[in-house]
Write a protein that binds this ligand. Structure first.
Ligand code: B3K
Ligand code: ZN
Length: 882
């Protein structure tokens, strides 16, 4: 078990350490069950601190084996060691001193995957946020920065590779078949960016010449035999390095950049200085085994971790409350990168879908917290979509407010002023204020107030005066610990679309600040008047999703169809179609619940089918339009008293109605979107595949037969098409001969490829309906399942809980009871994984009363357990309370 203290950490209690760490020198003698760690740490007392205060180092499940002060043994009376801390008293008051701490740790027994652990025979570390203290006693906090020298000693045959951060210093043979390697990282860094990897891995190598002509060796390490599957990741890395130079002027700063892919990893990847460690899911790809989505994820995550080199590593966080300083900003940077590599509009649609489906429910539920929180019990529970995705949206709004030029000036100042610092959100915002002579005080509320603002809009046209009046009102809902909110500065992008389809942003606007096409909503209520408008315009609001808000704007079907046809902003066209179909899906759910006839307005169906058929639009965009809001989206919009079965039935009826009406178009698309020649993972081919697969999906609704999907399964020459066909067969025609045959063929073909088998688990875990729970239980005993591997657990248990609304929310509550059992089984081994999966229950209060009751009892079963980790206890208590 990990930390068991339940202390709340508060931002207001922040103060710097009493001792400044000057240098770190670590020696590892690796052994699978008994690794020796010698940490030589040079400190001096910070000026102005209380004399004689002790040095307190953090630990987690550690035992002290040796302690020297300036090479002399420290008497027992001078220190106190517990598993959680090491306190040393009577240290030199002014001169620097050296502490040498010796610990022995057991990587093999480390199932939490925090600190130093083993995965498939490879030694690997994960230190963010507080994993370094599981390796040695240390001031394990992000504002303690120092250069590190690392020496690794290990058995040479088993561990030909010995890697750490920074530049390679040298190595050689040691005693008894062992060898050593030494690394030096000159860039002062906090302990969470430390990494060590040792083992026997294959590698692909390349080089990159930076803008000032330095050659950087690039290496990606993967299991032997998987090297060819790392080629796309390498390509993405080189593109990321180039892009960061061109777009942000950021150059790489060591002579080597290494990535290691491992198969046991709690999250996506980790940005350790010069030595990124990745979940192999986000490195390995080839057409046979990876979908288009996998390729896009790899590109984005490789970029994200690389971009952290500046936003996170060179400038790090003062404390963990500032997490969004590196994460929100770096997500913004990776979004921009992907937008430049792919279609900007389609990328934006995907971002907003993700934001709404993941972050909006978090912000509306018991786990809501500000982008920059002020207290936490377990920091690992704050790596959330709010910190990441809403944090990115806040950065994006700064760019919208200041314009690209102003944003760039602020970023340049940030890099110049804070390079080498452990900074705060206030430092960041100040750079934009100073570089642009702008006051961002009110805007900063986005960092501090939780909850998705609700903006209500209404418009009126006055033909006599040729004016259009827009009233906007904002309301920020109460969230845990924040009952009252101040009005925020909300940048609302807009356009008026005239009868003839032309799009205008008038110059003459009264009622508040307007810059370009952005209305600045700063008061609770505000009225903007546009003058010189000669015919009734249709208003397109929050274009490109300029602010992460819920917008209530009662627009007619005709007006939304007008936007869907004419808005120059593709995102807004998608949004208009989404706004048209969402109320229909909500009504269909109500009708299904009440046993009424389900109907879909023909004008809306036509608008969707017409868009799908519009050859002037890029296929990826049309595929996004055809991908209707999910069942979870509908549940979120319904807001309360949710019946997942009714939502599913209603949505299925609407899909069928669209399928019937668009049958000819879908048939045409399935022919036209065929791709000749081999697979390429580029965005435009991916878009064609997405549109074709979407059309095939609709056709199976129209035909009510698995034949077409079975044929698609048989003829697929890439994983995207194959998996889509399998999903249609399993989800729409489960237990038919066709579905069974495909499932069997799939597992036989990919036996031994764990990443592909995760797809096989996930497809089955997400089959709609109450019968899936039994299947999930059976799959837990399947020989391909591995209960300690996070990817496997996420694929089976996580997919079931997060992505199977009807299966998980069984009316009898069995789904929740199953989850509770799983959480209690996972928690003692891997608290982070357990806590993350438990967040799938965060919206339980929105369920209809019977299900909500079952959910509450399951949560209480978890809560009653006496041995919960801090991670799970924090989540379960907040979910039950909020
Ligand atoms: N910084 C890591 C996440 C660490 C999570 C620790 N629980 C990956 C990333 O955001 O880039
Ligand atoms: Zn990150």
């Amino acid at each position: 078990m990990g930390k068991s203290d339940n202390k709340i950490v508060e931002l207001s209690n922040y103060r710097p350490t009493d001792f400044v760490l000057e240098r770190v020198d670590l020696t590892f003698e690796l052994d699978p069950t008994n690794t020796k760690v010698d940490a030589r740490l040079i400190f001096h007392r910070r000026e102005g601190t209380e004399a004689k205060s002790p040095l307190v180092l953090d630990g987690d499940e550690l035992a002290l084996s040796g302690l020297l002060l300036d090479q002399n043994e420290v008497p027992a009376s001078q220190f106190e060691a517990t598993p959680q801390s090491l306190t040393i008293r009577d240290l030199p008051e002014s001169a620097p001193f050296e502490i040498t701490v010796t610990t022995f740790i057991n990587p093999e027994a480390n199932t939490q995957l925090m600190g130093l652990y083993r995965t498939n025979g490879v030694y690997c570390t994960q230190c963010e946020a507080e994993g370094f203290r599981r390796i040695t006693y240390f001031p394990d906090r992000p504002d303690v920065l120092a250069p590190y020298t690392i020496t690794i000693i290990a058995d040479k045959a088993a561990n030909p590779l010995l890697l750490s951060n920074g530049n390679f210093l040298g190595g050689g043979n040691y005693d008894e078949g062992r060898h050593f390697a030494a690394w030096f990282d000159p860039h002062p860094k906090p302990s969470y960016l430390f990494a060590l990897v040792a083992g026997d891995l294959g590698v692909i190598e390349d080089t990159f010449e930076t803008m000032s002509g330095n050659e950087v060796a690039l290496k990606i390490y993967v299991e032997h035999g998987k090297e060819p599957r790392a080629a796309y990741a390498m390509d993405a890395l080189k593109r990321s390095m180039k892009w960061d130079e061109e777009r942000f002027g950021r150059e790489y700063d060591l002579n080597i950049f290494q990535i290691v892919a491992v198969s046991d990893f709690n999250m996506g990847a980790m940005e350790n200085k010069g030595l990124n460690v990745f979940n192999d899911k986000y490195v390995l790809a080839d057409p046979e085994t990876a979908t288009d989505q996998d390729y896009a994820n790899i590109e984005a995550i490789i970029a994200h971790e690389y971009f952290h080199n500046w936003t996170g590593n060179r400038i790090t966080c003062r404390d963990w409350f500032q997490l969004c300083l590196k994460e929100g900003l770096t997500v913004y940077r990776d979004h921009e990168f992907s937008a430049d590599m792919r279609s900007r509009a389609v990328k934006r649609i995907a971002e907003v879908r993700h934001l709404k489906s993941e972050q909006f429910p978090e912000d509306a539920g018991p786990l809501a917290h500000p982008v920059r929180p002020t207290k936490y019990r377990e920091i690992n529970n704050f790596y959330t979509t709010t910190v990441y995705e809403k944090g990115s949206e806040v950065t994006r709004m700064i760019a919208t407010l200041l314009g690209q030029e102003g944003f760039k000036k602020g970023m340049d100042l940030y890099f110049e002023r804070h390079d080498g610092d452990a900074a705060t959100v206030e430092d960041f915002v100040k750079c934009f204020e100073d570089a642009n002579s702008r006051d961002l005080k009110q805007f900063s509320l986005w960092y501090h107030q939780a909850g998705t603002p609700l903006v209500t809009a209404s418009g009126a046209y006055d033909p006599a005066a040729s004016t259009f009046t827009l009233s906007l009102e904002q309301m920020i809902p109460a969230t845990p610990g924040q009952p009252k909110k101040e009005p925020m500065h909300i940048p609302v992008s807009y356009a008026l679309i005239l009868d003839n389809g032309s799009v205008v942003t008038p110059n003459a606007v009264a009622g508040g600040e307007v810059t370009g096409d952005v209305l600045h909503l700063t008061k609770r209520k505000q009225t903007f008047v546009f003058s010189g408008i000669s015919s009734r315009p249709v208003l397109s609001l929050n274009r490109s999703f300029s602010a992460p808000i819920n917008l209530h704007f009662d627009q007619s079907t005709e007006d939304l169809v007008h936007i869907a046809r004419h808005d120059g902003d593709l995102f807004s066209r998608w949004q208009a179609l989404n706004d048209l179909i969402l109320p229909i899906l909500m009504q269909a759910a109500r009708d299904a619940r009440d046993g009424n006839q389900i109907a879909c307005e023909p004008a809306v169906i036509s608008a969707i089918v017409e868009t799908a058929a519009n050859e002037a639009l890029e296929p990826a965009f049309r595929a996004q339009v055809l991908a209707l809001p999910s069942e979870a989206d509908i549940a979120r919009e319904l807001g309360s008293n949710n019946d997942p079965d009714a939502i599913h039935a209603g949505r299925t009826a609407i899909l069928s109605a669209i399928a019937d009406a668009g049958r000819d178009v879908f048939q045409q698309l399935s022919d036209d979107m065929q791709i000749e020649g081999g697979f390429t993972p580029d965005a435009s081919s991916a878009g064609r595949r997405a549109l074709r697969n979407s059309a095939l999906g609709y056709l199976t609704y129209a035909e009510q037969s698995p034949a077409r999907a079975a044929e698609a399964f048989a003829s697929a020459d890439n994983m995207t098409d194959l998996l889509q066909a399998l999903t249609v067969l399993e989800h729409r025609f489960p237990e038919t001969d066709e579905a069974d045959a495909a499932l069997g063929a799939f597992v036989t073909r990919f036996d031994g490829n764990a990443l592909v088998l995760d797809k096989w688990f996930a497809v089955q875990a997400t089959i709609p309906g109450s019968g899936t729970l039994d299947r999930v239980k059976a799959l837990m005993a399947d020989r391909h399942f591995a209960p300690n591997n996070p990817n496997r657990v996420r694929a089976l248990v996580g997919s079931f809980a997060f992505s199977n609304p009807t299966g998980f929310n069984r009316a009898d509550g069995e789904g929740y009871r199953f989850l509770a059992e799983q959480i209690l089984a996972i928690d003692p081994k891997n608290p982070q994984l357990a806590a993350r999966i438990l967040t799938s229950m965060r919206s339980w209060r929105l369920l209809e009363p019977m299900r909500a009751d079952h959910a509450r009892s399951a949560l209480m079963t978890i809560e009653r357990s006496a041995t919960l980790s801090t991670d799970v206890r924090d989540i379960v208590e907040r979910i039950l309370k909020g």
